[in-house]
Write a protein that binds this ligand. Structure first.
Ligand code: NAD
Length: 610
């Protein structure tokens, strides 16, 4: 069984901990070994007056064998609250900004005083207290911060203009501190609670009020503040023993002007309004860089648009998105396609749905590179001289994949493609195609990748030779490999891989098509060999823990004929494993310049000597 979460040696400050949610947070932290500063001004629900309610909570904690001190300062004097932690316990590790009051009035009747006191207690108070704790967090390279927002902020609520704006300000504050603190080990998150307290007693019906126990929310806050929790920059809503994550999402939108030289008229906006507000392909951006970076697509699309092309388009051209559903059987078939076998006990986790670690081979999502690119007219529209080019001769030159969330073993996903740049390498054109895959149901981005397509005979169009989007390959070290795995492919390997990957290109099964491509026999998919190598690397350096897989980059240099034997040579450099795959029968490298980045290295029994 997993160990209990403890806070021994940690010092926790909870503001507004004399009552309601804060009191329950303080009690739970203390019961888990934390030393707690119980701050509370002891004001009324509207922010008037003061009392020593913090003392009762400190007494309660002490009576249960915990450690706590009271602080009666206003959160606007946050430095005094943090000083209490330092003076009493010598450090601070966790700050829960929880203190709050209400001054509800309709907007028409709201005075400046009603506005200011709410902004001061919620926003300025939380900022002041956090500002005082920040240098300690930075210095010790560790800190956990919680801000308390509200559904009133996220969704709006009648009579709470002052409160809802303050609660949303805290979301913005948390968003930025999550970024500024990340490199110093400081995690900042937002809790959106709904609990029975004096703030809600006359708002929610009595029966429901009884059920909204603060005790059902406190464990969520406590987990967010534990050293094992890596969550950062998230908004977590919780009530009634339920918790979920909230996101801002942006619609795919619509380009409102016809070309780069046109302006936008209000009529253009009116005529495209349905597309601007169509949320069916909405997505969350993880960063400002991602949000603004995608806008560069607008410039690219406008620049390439012909003057008479009046069609509107979105950030992601819907033509270049692909919906795909897969289930457990597909995942198992993919694993068989990349050489997983019941002969090898460590492959069971890829082949048996009841295995305790059942998981997809993490290279699975590379399949979307060729799937989307070849199913659309992306090549022909982006190639300046497409009419003179045999698109049947498009080769898969390189592949990159980064997995952002553990790949589900069944899901409905959507992959969005974008041509980043088309390069002119004289004899050939090289197309850099980015692909991002989302879980349609959760909206989570699961992976990002890049397929490099090589189109022989399509160069010489005067385009750039290099691109900032190219993901460099790296040569393997010159020394002897640190590990090698040799495995024979079977004669039906390509036939199986076609089914697991849905890459039905006849080049891989039909002799006559293979002959037209200049091959003696149907060849194995390059991505199939990549799947073999991924399994080999995970076996030798991750003890088959698929969650340790971060990313892979590889170049396909020569074809493999099904039935040939693959040897994956591996060199370790910290968490990067360089690898090269060679056909043993002719000693010919087939994957080169390749590496897999792991989140951590775990040497299993098979490789404990490395
Ligand atoms: P509560 O009134 O029971 O507790 C808030 C505590 O904060 C009180 O003990 C109060 O004395 C203290 N406080 C007020 N102003 C202070 C100041 N300037 N300095 C120090 N302490 C001060 O309320 P609660 O429901 O437990 O709310 C806790 C937090 O959760 C608040 O920020 C509130 O806005 C937020 N929230 C609560 C709900 C809910 O359903 N209860 C919903 C959304 C958000």
């Amino acid at each position: 069984m997993m160990s209990k979460l403890r806070f021994d040696g940690r010092v926790v400050v909870v503001t507004g901990a004399g009552a309601g949610l804060g009191r329950v947070y303080a009690l739970l932290f203390a019961s888990k070994g934390a030393k707690v500063v119980v701050n509370d001004l002891g004001s009324s629900r509207h922010g008037d007056g003061a009392s020593r309610v913090a003392d009762t909570v400190v007494t309660e904690i002490k009576s249960q064998g915990g450690q706590a001190v009271a602080n009666y300062d206003n959160v606007l004097d946050g430095d005094k609250i943090i000083k209490t932690a330092i003076d009493s316990f010598g450090r601070i590790d966790v700050l829960v900004n929880n203190a709050g009051i209400l001054r509800d009035k309709s907007f028409a009747r709201m005075s400046d005083a009603d506005w200011d006191i709410i902004q001061n207690v919620h926003v300025k108070g939380a900022m002041r207290t956090t500002k005082a704790a920040w240098p300690y967090f930075k210095q010790q390279k560790y800190g956990k911060i919680i801000f308390t927002s509200s559904n009133s902020g996220l969704y709006g609520n009648f009579g709470q203009a002052n409160y809802s704006s303050a609660k949303m300000a805290l979301v913005g504050l948390a968003n930025t501190l999550a970024i500024e603190g990340q490199s110093s080990g400081i995690n900042t998150n937002v809790i959106v609670p709904t609990a029975g307290s004096r703030l809600t007693e006359d708002i929610v019906p009595p029966d429901f009020f009884q059920q909204l126990k603060p005790e059902l929310i406190a464990p969520v806050v406590v987990w967010l503040c534990h050293e094992n929790c890596t969550e950062n920059g998230s908004i977590i809503e919780s009530a009634l023993g339920w918790a979920g994550k909230c996101h801002l999402i942006r619609s795919n939108g619509c380009i409102l002007r016809k070309s780069i030289n046109d302006s936008v008229t209000p009529e253009d906006v009116r005529d495209n309004w349905d597309k601007v507000t169509d949320m069916s392909n909405a997505k969350h951006c993880d960063s400002i860089a991602e949000a603004t970076g995608e806008l560069m697509n607008v410039v690219e699309q406008l620049s390439s648009r012909k003057a008479d092309d009046s069609s509107s388009s979105s950030l992601f051209n819907p033509k270049y998105t692909m919906k795909y559903s897969y289930n457990i059987k597909d995942v198992i078939l993919y694993a068989l396609g990349v050489g997983a076998t019941t002969k090898n006990p460590s492959d069971f986790q890829y082949l048996y749905e009841n295995h305790e670690n059942f998981s997809a081979v993490p290279s699975y999502f590379v399949i979307f590179g060729p799937l989307g690119a070849l199913c659309s007219d992306m090549f022909s529209t982006a190639l300046p001289n497409a009419e003179n080019v045999n698109l049947a001769g498009v080769l898969h030159g390189e592949q990159y994949l980064k997995v952002l969330k553990k790949i589900p073993t069944e899901a409905n996903v959507e992959t969005r493609f974008r041509i980043q740049e088309t390069l002119d390498k004289e004899k050939m054109a090289v197309m850099l195609i980015e692909h991002e895959t989302y879980d349609v149901d959760s909206g989570d981005k699961l992976s990002v990748g890049q397929m490099v397509g090589v189109i022989k005979g399509a160069g010489g169009f005067g385009g750039p030779r290099n691109s900032k989007y190219e993901i460099p390959l790296v040569d393997a070290p010159k020394r002897k490999p640190d590990a090698s795995v040799t495995q024979q492919t079977c004669v039906d390997q390509a036939a199986i891989y076609r089914l697991g990957s849905d890459d039905m290109n006849p080049l891989h099964i039909d002799e006559s098509i293979a002959a037209m491509g200049g091959f003696e026999k149907p060849i194995l998919h390059g991505l199939c060999s990549l799947g073999f190598a991924t399994r080999h690397v995970l076996r030798m350096f991750a003890d088959n823990d698929t969650e340790l897989f971060d990313s892979v980059k590889a170049r396909f240099v020569k074809p493999v004929i099904p039935g040939q034997t693959l040897r994956t040579d591996m060199w370790r450099d910290c968490k990067r494993i360089y690898f090269q795959t060679t056909v043993v029968e002719n000693n010919s490298p087939v994957i080169a310049g390749a590496y897999i980045d792991l989140k951590d290295v775990k040497l299993g029994t098979q490789n404990s000597k490395l």
